[in-house]
Design a protein around this ligand. Sequence first.
Ligand SMILES: Cc1cc2nc3c(=O)[nH]c(=O)nc-3n(C[C@H](O)[C@H](O)[C@H](O)COP(=O)(O)OP(=O)(O)OC[C@H]3O[C@@H](n4cnc5c(N)ncnc54)[C@H](O)[C@@H]3O)c2cc1C
Length: 528
Amino acid sequence: MQGQPTEQSDLFIIGGGINGCGIARDAVGRGYSVTLAEMNDLASATSSASTKLFHGGLRYLEYFEFRLVHEALAEREVLLRAMPHIAWPMRFVLPYHPSMRFETDTPTSKLLSTVMPWMKGRRPAWLIRLGLFMYDHLDLGKRKILPGTARLDLTTAPEGAPLDDRFETAYEYSDAWVQDSRLVVLNARDAQARGARIMTRTKVLSAAREDGLWRIEVQDTDTGTTATHHARMLVNAGGPWVGDIIHDKVHLNVREGVRLVRGSHIVTRKLYDHDKCYFFQGTDGRIIFAIPYERDFTLIGTTDAEHTDPDQKPVCTPEEQSYLIAFANRYFKRDIRDEDVVWTYSGVRPLYDDGASSATAATRDYTIKVEGAGGAPMLNVFGGKITTYRRLAESALDKIDGALGRSTQKWTAGAAMPGGDFPVDGVAALISDLRASHPFLDDRWATRLVRTYGTDARDILGMSAGAEALGEAFGATLTAAEVDWLMDREYARTPDDVLWRRTKLGLSMPEAGLARLEDYMTARRAPG
Ligand SMILES: Cc1cc2nc3c(=O)[nH]c(=O)nc-3n(C[C@H](O)[C@H](O)[C@H](O)COP(=O)(O)OP(=O)(O)OC[C@H]3O[C@@H](n4cnc5c(N)ncnc54)[C@H](O)[C@@H]3O)c2cc1C
């Protein structure tokens, strides 16, 4: 197919995960012209496969990752206020038992085995209390919404009921939940609303410096058509492909590397009735979470496994599934079995390679490097968390300003995401307003719409007086009006985009509905 010349931008961003879309939004809001290319759907790689927590990372304290934990803790409430529809506070219950062990190569475990060798790698209760004290205070007073740590008597508290009787005490602390793939799409939408060009299903084939600019060749992965773009600066936010882009698409000799660590989750039907999460410590020094998920389910994860090739689609292996089941079964009274697992998903962490010996120990902090400042610069992003994406974007913009000789101002801290322009405690009011204006919605449907679209839910429903006005109903409360909105406003092209990334209705969509959705979307995409 013939290449088509296109316009020039200040920044060309490779990758439509959280880091690429976060940088695009921040940059366009500061007056840069921005083009972003994502080779699949937005958030189709790591950014839809996370545990979905805005968290400080309690376990990172054992690795002395104080910079990361401080930044992430302080960031939680900034993010909650900007997107009260797709993110909300969560309480985590951490049952304590003296048999819990450290991973052997954490700095804390090494220190403790020197000064208290008789502990033999066990995690003492005072250390957990110390860690939680630091977790409550390392944000230096930024925590206003999230309640602090508390102690629970599991023999009487309802949170003890689903757990094995040997767990008598627990500690409870706060973090937050976020719908990760929606966060990515909302960043992309906001970036586009401010003038960015967002191209999905567009793969970067190569990029080379030419007359002080970048010349970038891209291909539409649906049609095979190629096109050429020019930019003053290239941003590599390729996640697991960051090394592939450096070495195979741009042919650069860059020292930094990425370490790919797969993490898998399993989803079961709801295992317990309350709305808190569990933080389980294993006998191998690792931890996993059990989290209430999409109203009817429980999410359990994650694992840490080396993954060598970014092009190899990550899946939850039978060994990983057995590991997670056995881990959770050491805590829950009821036995979870393979038949209870209704879905699994897996993602690859693109971690900065800091030479750590184990996948669990590799740093979760990010590193941003600019290469070739002075000519046509390139910025490479290594590592990062969903939680720190906005701060990562701010750091990237500092470097972009430096490389392009501009001085711009931070602006994203107080800026609401699309649909999130309402008070942080305003979800219940929004749900009841929506039900009042559209009485055909039941609580479940209205809650889903508000938790997915926030104030944009009104636009999707329009003036509809009854459910039939929303067009074809595919099942699980998905209607043609919502699908149209997702195709027109949120870059959705396929049923997978709608059912697994814009929503999680794939968990409850009947087979017949799926087939009709496929037909509907194909017909709507057809030209003419
Ligand atoms: C199991 C697991 C659990 C996690 N849990 C949490 C958590 O609870 N909280 C938290 O804060 N963080 C968590 N993380 C970390 C977080 O998910 C990642 O750090 C983050 O999603 C990385 O985003 P990214 O944009 O760098 O990468 P990605 O989301 O992978 O995006 C990179 C994009 O680049 C695109 N791309 C690559 N090459 C090209 C090309 N040539 N042309 C065009 N596009 C290209 C890819 O298609 C991809 O979509 C978790 C990660 C994993 C794996």
